[in-house]
Design a protein around this ligand. Structure first.
Ligand code: HSE
Length: 437
């Protein structure tokens, strides 16, 4: 057997320590699969005293020297955040090392810079663990589906928010109560902002859209709404129309025929993260608790669903090790694997011009002409109504309206107008709807 491939590990938290352990436990199998042994050359951490499980001679605080060491072949980065990860990975690639990263924020913000650096250096840049943890998703998009045309990628890519929404649906609790329970159970971070406000899902959406549509999409291109405004009423209203509420990351190719003042010719891509009602018959509706799933629609393949654990040390380490084996095999063969391509360069469409559907529940006076004046507000904004249900109670009634698809700005403007109407006593629930026939 030839000389070992040497790996530098950046970071040794939950994922890094699982990677180290699995590398050691599965050494013989990994050697057989790769064709050469893999050896850990060093582990860069901030506080070596906190890692008694790592042999002392491997620990270093000098990550830059480690990633550029001549004997290192591969770098695995599990520290997260933009800096110093960005500088370290660029230095590693410039020095000819292939890189495996689990860093969604970095890939979403600096994907083009990193892919260009990988291409310039002729090395690999793999990051399966950056989106949806253990679920094989990025390599299927980048490789298995490279011969197809993707229409949509819709995912539940944040376990914390899916856990909270699942528990709201199960118990009838409000958002605050469900968040407190998720924190207590260890499913939500002490500072849950990145998850609850949709930043984590938006970074993942940018990565998914970039790969799915061969176009550079940054986190800042992604429209984002979190789940803190989702109420127990929203969840109950969803159930009444046979739906459930999920935080969705939606990446779709919008045909040029769907008019866009900003991009009047050619297809564009719409990338958004927001809570939405989906029918309980939709495959994503069955994804509960902290699980993740991604639903893909492609021209030739049709519908595909990827499901599994989106976080946690071992599941994420599985994705990291899968990438490690892939880049190590490429190294042994003296090749680089497929890089992400941005050749299509599709523009991102503003949310205001993105076609969406709304569910709106209103408390109204139950008297002649009210439904007509409400319907008139939809018509005035060019929004077509798909269904209306009225539940009467005394001189009051609840109107539940689901629209057809219209530009998001027209739907939002309609809701604003409804809020100001004398006949409308209250707009009790507004949520976008996805996946209805
Ligand atoms: N915080 C993420 C989640 C996992 O709740 O799914 C890491 O991306």
């Amino acid at each position: 057997m030839s000389a070992p491939l040497k790996v530098a590990l950046l970071g040794c938290g939950t994922v890094g320590s699982a990677v180290l352990r699995l590398l050691s436990e599965q050494a013989a199998d990994l050697t057989a699969r790769i064709g050469r042994p893999v050896e850990v050359a060093g582990v860069a951490v901030r506080r070596p005293d906190r890692h008694p499980e790592v042999p002392a001679e491997l620990l270093t605080t000098d990550a830059h020297t480690l990633v550029t060491r001549p004997d290192v072949d591969l770098v695995v980065e599990v520290i997260g955040g933009i800096e110093p990860a960005r500088t370290l990975l660029l230095a590693a690639m410039a020095a000819g090392k292939s890189v495996v990263s689990a860093n969604k924020a970095l890939l979403a913000d600096e994907g083009v810079t990193l892919h260009t650096a990988a291409a310039d250096a002729g090395v690999d840049l793999y990051y399966e663990a950056a989106v949806a943890g253990a679920i094989p998703l990025l390599r299927p998009l980048r490789e298995s589906l490279a011969g197809d045309q993707l229409r949509r990628v819709v995912g539940i890519v944040n376990g914390t928010t899916n856990y909270i929404l699942s528990s709201m649906a199960e118990t009838g609790a409000g958002f605050g109560e469900a968040l407190a329970e998720a924190t207590e159970a260890g499913y939500a971070e002490a500072d849950p902002t990145a998850d609850v406000d949709g930043f984590d899902a938006a970074a993942k959406a940018a990565i998914l859209a970039s790969l799915a549509f061969h176009s550079a999409v940054h986190a800042s291109d992604v429209y984002r709404e979190g789940i803190s405004a989702v109420s127990a009423t929203d969840v109950a209203r969803a159930a009444e129309i046979g739906c459930t509420v999920k935080l969705l990351a939606i990446c779709e190719r919008v045909p040029s025929s769907t008019g866009s003042p900003t991009h009047p010719t050619g297809d564009s891509i719409a990338v958004r993260v927001h809570p939405a009602m989906i029918p309980t018959s939709h495959p994503l509706a069955a994804v509960n608790g902290a699980f993740n799933a991604v639903f893909v629609e492609a021209e030739a393949a049709g519908q595909l669903m990827f499901y599994g654990q989106g976080a946690g040390g071992e599941p994420t380490a599985s994705a990291v090790l899968g990438d490690l084996v892939a880049v190590a095999r490429n190294r042994v063969s003296g090749v680089a694997g497929p890089n992400a391509t941005g050749y299509a360069a599709l523009p991102t469409r503003p949310m205001a011009e993105t076609p969406t559907r709304y569910h709106v529940s209103l408390d109204v006076a139950d008297k002649p002409g009210v439904l007509a004046t409400v319907a008139q507000e939809f018509a005035a904004q060019g929004v077509s109504i798909a269904t209306v249900r009225q539940d009467g109670h005394g001189d009051a009634a609840t109107l539940v309206i689901v629209t057809h698809s219209a530009p998001d700005a027209a739907l939002a403007a309609t809701v604003e107008r409804l809020r100001g109407m004398a006949a409308v006593r209250g707009v009790t629930s507004v949520l976008r709807v996805e996946g209805l026939a």
